[in-house]
Design a protein around this ligand. Sequence first.
Ligand code: GLU
Length: 305
Amino acid sequence: PDQIYRGRFAPSPTGPLHFGSLIAAVGSFADARAQGGHWLVRIDDLDRTREVKGAADTILRTLERFGLHWDESVLFQSRRHEAYAEALQLLRERGLTYPCFCSRSEIAAQGAPGPEGPIYPGTCRAGSRETRRQHSERLRVPDAALAVEDRIQGRIAQNLAAEIGDFVLRRADGIHAYQLAVVVDDAAQQIRHIVRGADLLLSTPRQVYLQQLLGLHRPTYAHLPLALDSDGRKLSKSLAAAPVDPSDPLPALQRAWQFLGQTGAPQQAGSVEAFWQLAIAEWSPRQVPRSRALPAITTGASAAK
Ligand code: GLU
């Protein structure tokens, strides 16, 4: 039933687990366990050209070292091609998609700037005389506001036509788009609660729209703060992108905890096990800030400098 909490963490295996991802892992895990829920892991290895060999394994072993133990088996997007193709076929049969022959540079030149890059100008929407085989496939989007209630960020509304444009479901190289894959997979794993980084906030209306079209359950959303620098700008990759040290998990866990606006006993825990016991009891989603500056590193190594 719907009341059962099922959350997940879905890292992309483009390198070792970094601090930015650790925040999402810690937030989603704490939220699930505090409600007695299940916490699943999915590896987003859809685009194998971006994958770093061995990274998925490294991430999974790092999660274990951090006491982030998952339920059920890990789902790999690289093995889900057929499920994505099936969902796309359902949309195609209803005339909701169309082939697109535009190149990236054509779209950049013709599309008005939007919050997520150039808005697709609809060039191929009414059909194209192109006969090339290589093409992407786009979803027709409605010219209407779509609102989503986020547990942390509040209500977000987006007009997909005005702010995004018809978006890609399958790329010209045959790889299904993240937007489609995430919706199909979250439904397959019966995910009811999504807790992830706010860099995906602007993707959420596209995902909710796809859920509506495919008749899938809409999960609740909580987008965790992005790390900002002291001037309030999005942090330059460096700090958030620094890998966490799997041999010394406690300081990084405590930094992530602090980053999520949490205080109290877990900060004094002497072991990973003690940390989680306290953290699960004290997790307070209402204390999570919408955005925040990354606290200074106070672990031994950097303090010694
Ligand atoms: N794999 C995505 C990322 O690492 C996250 C997908 C999601 O949480 O929906 O940014």
